[in-house]
Structure formats: structure tokens, C-alpha cells
Design a protein around this ligand. Structure first.
Ligand SMILES: NC(=O)c1ccc[n+]([C@@H]2O[C@H](COP(=O)([O-])OP(=O)(O)OC[C@H]3O[C@@H](n4cnc5c(N)ncnc54)[C@H](OP(=O)(O)O)[C@@H]3O)[C@@H](O)[C@H]2O)c1
Length: 323
């Protein structure tokens, strides 16, 4: 299990941008379970964060001073600016995007950010649900899972969420409008899936892996789609444990199990953000943010994800807008 002591606090002078550049102050930092993989020295879709480097992380910041023609003091920007207060950019094209005027940093890092977009493409492009089908989502009360589950509901599917604890399950069947929720900490997931999905599971959107994936695989319907979004129950394991024993049901049911990485859809993010923003504006997608405070609490806040302490998108406020 990742520990607070795996991170070190370091102080240095506020960086000075080169001529033609600009200075950004980070305001809000988002936490992703994937960060656990980023600090592991093994090949992955991004290089690992090196020892002593600033921890990678997605933030919204504010431009504090600028000589750059594309950015003015006061602009809100979004990018992988890391677990730090200040970032200086040179005169070239920076790896940040400007938020539209009036945009909410909380929404930009959540439903309209990576987690919402992941849910959108994972469910619609990989899962391809059809109206009337049964969709099951694990990690369903989380930032990604809750949006995936509600998109399935909007698409006319019967939706069952799996989450930890009565409060999260009540939110899923209440505000989120799911047909049912299973509390995996108190209920037998396999038995409940059997009761709730008498004709099997058509789409399983998995954020958790392990025993929950195995229980779902045992109950997939003919031509089911199993979407591997993530497997948080395994991220802290020192060595990969054996795979799901029920995988041969994929053969019996002529089903498909497919992983994806949201970055592959970068060229289509605009499409997803537009539809998600519309659904949020129409009140068709409920969402929650769990906002902690103070950059010094970054490691502690990160650990909340693995203890299920976050209820909604895990964010950390680093500073309030200074301008
Ligand atoms: N493929 C991609 O491109 C991509 C992109 C973004 C995210 N993801 C994946 O999406 C998943 C959700 O990420 P998120 O940012 O939205 O986080 P999140 O779901 O908001 O937070 C993580 C949640 O995982 C659950 N959890 C933690 N340990 C668990 C365990 N051992 N067993 C079962 N559940 C556990 C907890 O909920 P409970 O209280 O319900 O246990 C916790 O609240 C992760 O697997 C992440 O890696 C994939």
C-alpha cells in the first residue's frame, strides 16, 4: 500500500519564467488511482515519475503574470502541472489549455475532465450499450463509475452499480437514478448479481478488478462486452495475482473483454465534453466532488482513493484565486 512517507515535501524559490513566458499558480489538484501506477518502475502507457521529481497530477491553475501573447494574468488554465504551487512556462506552445470564462475548476477536473471523458468513451465506444440492455458498473459511486452508470441510464439501459457502503449505494439509486446498487462490503456480489440480472449482464464497466470482475464474468450474457477501465483493487499489489478464474465464460458467451486508455481519445475530447456539459446543464447527470485543502495534505488525500474515503471526484484546493 502506498504510504504518505513515499512522498517528500520540498521548498524552493518561486520560479521566474523566461522572457515571453508566463507564471501559473496551481489552484486545484485532482487525484487519480492511476497515479499509483505512475510511481511504479514498470513499463506502462506513461513513463514512471522519477524519484525526486515533482509528482505528476492534473490541475487547474491561474496565470499570475504573463508576457505570452496567448495567456493573460487572471486566465484559468488546465494541464498536468503536478503536485506543486507554482509553474513557469517559456514563450513556446505550453502543454496547458485555457478554460473558458466562468468555467468551474471542479467541473473541469471532474465530469468535464478526465474522469467524465473516460466514462463517456469507455462506456459508449468500448461498451456500446443498447437500450434495454443490462449494464453493471463497479466503483459506481466514484468519479468515473458514477458518470458511466448515468450515461448508461440516459441510453435507456437497466443499470446496476456496485459500491462500498450504504451512503454511496443510496446516492446511486437516489440522485443518480440507477435501478439497483450492490454494497460489495456487506453483500455477496455474485448472489446479488444473479438476482438482479436474471438474463445476464450485457455490459460490465469495471473499475475494480479482482473478485468483483470474476463475479461479473460468471454472469455475462451472450455477446457481452466487458470494459476494463481500471482495477483499483489490484493497484497496490506487489506482484500481479492470478487472473479471473471465470474468464472462459467469455468463450461460452462469445463475449469481448477490452481495455482502453482515455488518452487514445484525445482528438475527440471536445465531442465528449460538449455532450457531458449538456447533460449536466439539463440535470441528467448528478455528480459530487470531495474537496480537501492544502498542498501539504496531497499524499494523505491521494490515499483516500484506496480506502474508499472519497465520495465523488477527489480534489485538493491548493489556493483560492489570487486575482
Ligand atoms: N482507462 C483509463 O483511461 C482510466 C482513466 C481514468 C480512470 N480510470 C480508472 O477508473 C477507476 C476509477 O477512478 P476514479 O478516478 O474515478 O476514482 P474513484 O472511483 O472516484 O475513487 C476510487 C474508488 O475506488 C473504490 N475502491 C478503492 N479500493 C477498492 C477495492 N480494493 N475494491 C473495490 N473498490 C475499491 C473506492 O470506492 P468504494 O467506496 O465504492 O470502495 C474509491 O472511492 C480506477 O480504476 C482508475 O484507474 C481509468
Amino acid at each position: 500500500m502506498v504510504k504518505e512517507s513515499d512522498f517528500a515535501w520540498a521548498e524552493e524559490p518561486v520560479p521566474v519564467p523566461p522572457a515571453g513566458g508566463f507564471l501559473v499558480r496551481n489552484l486545484m489538484l485532482a487525484f487519480d488511482p492511476a497515479m499509483r501506477g505512475w510511481i511504479e518502475d514498470r513499463p506502462s502507457y506513461l513513463p514512471p515519475v522519477g524519484i525526486g521529481e515533482v509528482m505528476r497530477g492534473s490541475t487547474v491553475g491561474q496565470v499570475v503574470s504573463s508576457e505570452h501573447p496567448g495567456f493573460a494574468a487572471g486566465d484559468l488554465v488546465q494541464g498536468m502541472l503536478g503536485w506543486q504551487d507554482w509553474v513557469a512556462f517559456g514563450p513556446g506552445a505550453p502543454f496547458v489549455s485555457k478554460l473558458p470564462k466562468g468555467a468551474s475548476p471542479t467541473l473541469a477536473l471532474g465530469v468535464l475532465g478526465t474522469t467524465g471523458v473516460t466514462a463517456y468513451f469507455g462506456l459508449l465506444d468500448v461498451g456500446r450499450p443498447k437500450a434495454g440492455e443490462t449494464v453493471v458498473v463497479s466503483g459506481a459511486a466514484g468519479a468515473t463509475g458514477s458518470v458511466a452508470a448515468q450515461i448508461a441510464r440516459i441510453e435507456g439501459c437497466r443499470v446496476i452499480g456496485i459500491a462500498g457502503g450504504p451512503a454511496k449505494c443510496a446516492w446511486l439509486t437516489g440522485e443518480c437514478g440507477l435501478d439497483a446498487a450492490i454494497d460489495y462490503k456487506r453483500e455477496d456480489v455474485g448472489r446479488r448479481l444473479g438476482e438482479l440480472c436474471p438474463r445476464g449482464i450485457d455490459v460490465f464497466f469495471d473499475n475494480v478488478g479482482g473478485a468483483i470482475l470474476d463475479a461479473a464474468l460468471a454472469r455475462i450474457a451472450l455477446r457481452a462486452r466487458v470494459v476494463l477501465c481500471g482495477g483499483i483493487s489490484r493497484y497496490n499489489e506487489e506482484r500481479p495475482s492470478p487472473g479471473p478464474s471465470n474468464y472462459l465464460n467469455l468463450v461460452v458467451q462469445r463475449a469481448r473483454m477490452e481495455g482502453f486508455i482515455v488518452l487514445d481519445y484525445a482528438a475527440r475530447f471536445g465531442e465528449a465534453v460538449q455532450r457531458l456539459a449538456q447533460w449536466v446543464a439539463e440535470g441528467r447527470i448528478a455528480w459530487r466532488a470531495d474537496v480537501q485543502h492544502g498542498l501539504e495534505n496531497a499524499p494523505r488525500t491521494f490515499l483516500r482513493l484506496f480506502r474508499g474515503e472519497n465520495f465523488g471526484r477527489q480534489l485538493l484546493e491548493i489556493a483560492s484565486p489570487p486575482l
